[in-house]
Design a protein around this ligand. Structure first.
Ligand SMILES: [Zn+2]
Length: 192
């Protein structure tokens, strides 16, 4: 790894946080897709926050994954794992699905979207995982529609000429500062 923190800088909860980031990097399409290490000012608080809080965030994401699974019969479900991860800002994406891992991996940047929309972004990436494709074609649209119907989310427009609208469906509210949550600046209100 080309950007290991100085061991004197990264101590306490920062250490498991950094190890977590390295693990999810291996699950991304490219390791650089998961990255906060260029952020010299914030990387220590971010790794520390991850070390202290990532389990509860991933527990929440797994509830949403399970909700998606329940829209399908057990024999229709694919093996899917889900993790929260700060995605490289340059990508400008809220989540990604890596269909090449086994199980298929969904990564969600929970800092980029409001918590009430986390289910929506999981639904979008789950549709990619279920179809096994990156594109927003008719097969994707059919699965997305099925999930939205099952989870009482506004239904997507199913029109071959408007597939681009499916790229950002369901609509999610973006946060002002994508790193605020990862730094521990915002208070999370989980519905446990
Ligand atoms: Zn998509």
């Amino acid at each position: 790894m080309n950007y290991l923190l100085n061991s004197f800088e990264c101590t306490g909860a920062c250490v498991p946080g950094l190890e977590y980031l390295h693990q999810v990097q291996k699950l991304a399409l490219e390791p650089a897709m998961v990255d906060v290490m260029d952020n010299l000012r914030d990387r220590i608080p971010i790794c520390t926050w991850i070390g202290e809080n990532i389990d509860i965030v991933n527990t929440e994401l797994n509830l949403y994954l399970q909700a998606c699974h329940e829209c399908f019969y057990p024999h229709e479900r694919h093996e899917i794992q889900i993790f929260a991860a700060p995605l490289a800002q340059s990508l400008g994406i809220d989540g990604l699905c890596n269909i090449f891992t086994n199980p298929i991996t969904i990564l969600i940047d929970v800092g980029r979207i409001a918590p009430e929309d986390w289910l929506s972004i999981v639904v979008h990436e789950y549709a990619h995982a279920h179809v096994g494709e990156f594109g927003h074609n008719q097969r994707f649209a059919r699965i997305l529609w099925h999930l939205c119907l099952g989870l009482a989310i506004e239904l997507p427009i199913w029109d071959p000429g408007r597939e681009s609208e499916l790229r950002s469906w369901p609509n999610c509210k973006s946060t002002v500062d994508p790193l605020a949550l990862w730094r521990g600046d915002s208070i999370l209100d989980f519905r446990f």
